[in-house]
Design a protein around this ligand. Structure first.
Ligand SMILES: [Zn+2]
Ligand SMILES: [Zn+2]
Length: 388
């Protein structure tokens, strides 16, 4: 523990460096360079990474044992920082407002500590510093590199502003919803606002679609299954006396069950087609798959809970959220669990005044280390193995 405290002290300037230098998704070049520098300085083996940003590294493997992965995301957000921190972002409109600087520093500290006991580890730890969590499907890109081959389980964490430092939040099963995006456009014959009988009114059609889309969750989906349809962007027309010929709508769908996800997509498509037909116009529908739902493995979640309790951290249950998290992409391939550590912020993540309490490293780093050791030493908490 004393040793960890020393590492934490040396890591505080590093955390501050990452906080000062936030980089947006797929542009995390300086961040990547810095992570590599720190790992190399501690003689931690870097693995080849075909992506432009992000880092893969490895510790252990001296003895036979399982291969497990720890993941941290590294990208920032296009937000102008107003936290008042002495180590605020040096760039306008860029901020580590989701705590990914905390996540990556936590993983670096964990790596440094694990390296010190590498010879004793009964297994191998893969470190994944993942680019582009906020947008651009970073986790998918990492999975596509094939780096998860042979990995038995994956762990990741996120800062939680509603919990104080020292508290660990866990949840088995559903934690974060699937996040999808859709677009609808209507095209008809524009015309004079005074003569609607000679034109098609795509604005009326757009209004009908907004109403009809809101009946999908209430009328087509079981009340026992969560789902959200939000329309967030509308464009049509430029002035007061012209009926425009096109309109555009954009929005997001959130769900857990893959069947609900498919049902909402299909209904939105049918409603678009139906409204276009009713109005004598053409309608186009486009759906963009985002991250699937985060569904935490029961056995791994129990392991996190028991290890956290052994370390005398408070463990609380988390509520599921309709917000997304692309950790789910790993869980499509291997079992994993995603948990939270409290960072006591008065402002939520994605807010310009968000700040993570660095004291939370005193929880997250020992927890990650203990988790790795527990997995290697005794398997899963209830004696089951993942492969059973
Ligand atoms: Zn975020
Ligand atoms: Zn985040």
């Amino acid at each position: 523990m004393t040793q960890i405290k020393e590492t934490l002290q040396t890591l505080e300037p590093l955390f501050q460096w990452f906080h000062r230098h936030p980089e947006l998704a797929l542009s995390e070049f300086e961040t990547t360079k810095k992570i590599k520098q720190v790992l190399t300085k501690h003689a931690i083996e870097l693995l080849p990474n075909p992506l432009d940003t992000g880092v893969f590294a490895k510790i252990g493997g001296k003895h036979d044992g399982p291969l497990i992965a720890l993941r941290a995301d590294i990208d920032a957000l296009p937000i102008n920082e107003e936290s008042g921190l002495p180590y605020s972002s040096e760039y306008p409109n860029r901020m580590h407002a989701c705590g990914h600087d905390f996540h990556l520093t936590n993983l670096l500290a964990t790596a440094i500590e694990l390296k010190k006991i590498e010879d004793e580890l009964n297994g191998t730890v893969l470190l994944i510093f993942q680019p582009a969590e906020e947008v651009d499907h970073g986790a998918d890109k990492v999975v596509q590199t094939g780096i998860l081959e042979g990995v038995e389980a994956i762990f990741g964490l996120h800062v939680n502003t509603e919990l104080r430092a020292g508290v660990v939040g866990i949840k088995e099963g559903n934690l974060n919803a699937a996040v999808d995006r859709f677009f609808v456009s209507f095209t008809g014959k524009g015309g004079h606002a005074a003569h609607p009988e000679d034109a098609n009114d795509v604005i009326v059609a757009t209004g009908q679609l907004i109403g009809a889309a809101q009946s999908i969750v209430s009328r087509n989906i079981s009340p026992f299954e969560p789902g959200v349809v939000s329309i967030t962007h509308i464009e049509a027309g430029k002035t007061w006396n012209v009926l425009p010929s096109t309109s555009l709508l954009e929005g997001t769908v959130r769900s857990y069950a893959p069947s609900v996800r498919g049902q909402i997509k299909a209904r939105l498509q049918e409603v678009t087609r139906g409204i276009a037909a009713t109005n004598g116009i053409s309608g186009a529908f486009k759906w963009v798959d985002g991250a699937p739902a985060v569904v935490n493995d029961r056995r791994l979640t129990k392991l996190v809970a028991s290890v956290a309790k052994e370390q005398n951290f408070d463990v609380v249950p988390l509520n599921p959220s309709m917000g997304g998290e692309d950790f789910s992409s790993y869980q499509q391939v291997i079992p994993g669990t995603f948990f939270n550590v409290g960072v006591s912020s008065d402002y939520p993540v994605h807010n310009s005044k968000f700040k993570a309490d660095p004291k939370a490293f005193e929880t997250s780093v020992p927890l990650f280390i203990a988790l790795v050791k527990a997995y290697f030493e005794r398997g899963l908490s209830d004696g089951e193995t993942l492969l059973s």
